[in-house]
Ligand binder design. Structure first.
Ligand SMILES: *Cc1c(COP(=O)(O)O)cnc(C)c1O
Length: 384
């Protein structure tokens, strides 16, 4: 059977019918009044999602465009920065920062472990000249959630540094109160918690970030956020944005607004708990350190088994796409995305498919049905 694919990877994520329909509309002029109204409404909703009174700018480009924009708009050649690195996306921050000639100190942890906020504090305490701390909130490659709140608090105690966070798989999955936590810059992308196809990304900037942008001397043109800021104040864009993705954005953000932030966060938490416990009950180990599992993604380390074989069996038998491990984790872990447009049925189905695949491979260590029973109990107990 064709066209029955279920995405359970951490992006692209499933897209609701309402959002797909919006994409199929005929484009309209991007300088029309009608479009400016859409820009106005989506900008308000984006601020709501980020829990900020600052600016949230929309870029046509993937999440990495937002990451690059965050750096080149707030920093200057040779600036000292600290990058947290405990996975693939932390590595990406380091690469972008180095590509622009920043003086990078990395604070590393083994993949699967969270960043240690105290290490940030001790470097910040010793060095007045650090201009930015740059971290990944939910490290998608390992399924770890880093303690953004604690790290941000240490940055706030420093005189000169701002904090820049990749919240691509945390925004719309768990609480990221930008203003309350004092996050200066947040990068995110449409194909994750936003329940949209890839193609738009977002950079949120507060006052400190705009202050920093005045000093910034790194080269920029398409991603010069000053021009996005000038345009957004007139409900417009500096260039031709992806008009149809804007239609989709308005639909998806409206759906999120209707559901409400606390319901969205609670749903992701239940799905994380159900997925984690179901895997453990089947005798599979979790890769992320206890208590630091991401609400968006669960990484499973099926010790002694080839993770790719399990992942492929699930794909072939059930047309459910799970993510594999990246780099040295290839074959060691598989990852279950439960981010965005995901309901209880998706979780139960994914757990059942993994359980069935293990059974077929003669690798199921517990009675058939154990994983599904565990997930079901948790979903029933922890109500919506
Ligand atoms: C998906 C993702 C990105 C963005 O990647 P793009 O492919 O450029 O959209 C950045 N950071 C994290 C943590 C991600 O999961």
């Amino acid at each position: 059977m064709q066209d029955k694919l279920t995405l359970m990877i951490p992006g692209p994520t499933p897209v609701p019918e309402r959002v797909l329909k919006a994409l199929g509309k005929h484009p309209i002029g991007h300088r029309s009044q009608e479009f400016q109204q859409i820009v106005k409404r989506t900008t308000e909703l984006l601020k709501w999602l980020h829990q900020t009174n600052g600016d949230v700018l929309t870029i046509t480009g993937s999440g990495t465009a937002a990451m690059e924009a965050a750096i080149i708009n707030t920093l200057s050649q040779g600036d000292k920065v600290i990058c947290g690195e405990n996975g693939k996306f932390g590595e990406r921050w380091v690469k972008v920062a180095k590509a622009y000639g920043l003086d990078v100190t990395t604070i590393k942890e083994d993949w699967g472990k969270p960043l240690d906020p105290e290490k940030f504090k001790s470097i910040l305490d010793k060095d007045d000249e650090i201009r930015a701390v740059i971290i990944t909130h939910s490290e998608t490659s390992t399924g770890i959630i880093n303690d953004l709140k604690a790290i941000s608090r240490h940055v706030k105690a420093h005189r000169n540094a701002i904090i820049i966070a990749d919240c691509v798989t945390s925004l719309g999955a768990c609480n990221v109160p930008m203003d309350e936590w004092g996050i200066d810059v947040i990068a995110s992308g449409s194909q994750k918690g936003y329940m949209m196809p890839p193609g738009l990304s977002f950079v949120a900037m507060n006052e400190n970030a705009w202050e920093a942008s005045k000093r910034s001397n790194l080269p920029k043109f398409y991603l010069d956020l000053q021009s996005y800021k000038k345009s957004i104040d007139k409900d417009s864009n500096p260039f031709t944005p992806s008009v149809n993705l804007y239609f989709a954005l308005e639909e998806s953000l409206s759906m999120m607004k209707d559901e409400g932030l606390s319901s969205i966060f609670n749903r992701h938490k239940r799905h994380m708990n159900a997925t984690q416990e179901a895997m453990k009950s089947m005798g599979l180990d979790l890769f992320a350190k206890d208590g630091f599992g991401s609400p968006a993604i669960t990484s499973v380390e099926p010790t002694g088994l080839d993770a790719e074989t399990i992942r492929k069996t699930v794909k072939v038998n059930f047309d459910i796409l799970l993510a594999g491990g990246q780099d040295h984790l290839k074959g060691k872990i598989f990852r279950i995305g439960h981010l965005g447009f995901v309901n209880d049925r998706d979780i139960i189905t994914a757990v059942a498919a993994i359980e069935s695949a293990l059974d077929q491979l003669n690798e199921l260590k517990k009675p058939l049905g154990t994983g599904v029973a565990t997930a079901t109990k948790i979903l029933n107990k922890q109500s919506n």
